[in-house]
Design a protein around this ligand. Structure first.
Ligand SMILES: [Fe+2]
Length: 133
């Protein structure tokens, strides 16, 4: 799989959010490479942990901006964040228990996990923030 790039389609137009997303995309690429290059389970576990921790931090960042500017879809967006964290933690648990992540299915799941939220919910938030900030 080619590296994900935070190009035009994945940019929402708010620099501080795009910068966070770039970091998450970098971590996704590092995880993907670590699987194809046969990294140790400890290393893969640490990348997963970093990806999840960074995502938790980033979601708090977005939620603070939503509250600061009175975003009307705050609760809906926050619920989506909670579900995304739960699904990433479920994948992490699977890895901890089995020592395996599937280079196809699991990586495709994580790619969708990362991009679909950006392309719909975050793009909508970006459109709101461009006017509000
Ligand atoms: Fe978001």
């Amino acid at each position: 799989m080619k590296d994900l790039v935070l190009d035009g389609t994945l940019q929402i137009g708010i620099d501080e959010i795009d910068d966070d997303h770039r970091k998450l995309v970098d971590l996704f690429n590092i995880l993907n490479h670590s699987l194809t290059e046969g990294a140790t389970t400890d290393y893969i576990e640490s990348v997963l942990e970093e990806l999840i921790n960074c995502t938790v931090w980033h979601f708090s960042h977005e939620e603070r901006l939503m509250l600061k500017y009175g975003y009307d879809r705050y609760l809906e967006h926050k619920t989506e964040h909670r579900d995304l964290i739960e699904s990433a933690k479920a994948l992490q648990q699977k890895f901890i228990q089995t020592g395996k992540l599937d280079e196809g299915e699991d990586i495709e799941f994580l790619e969708r996990w990362l991009t679909e939220h950006i392309l719909v919910a975050d793009l909508r938030l970006g459109t709101f923030l461009i006017d509000a900030m």
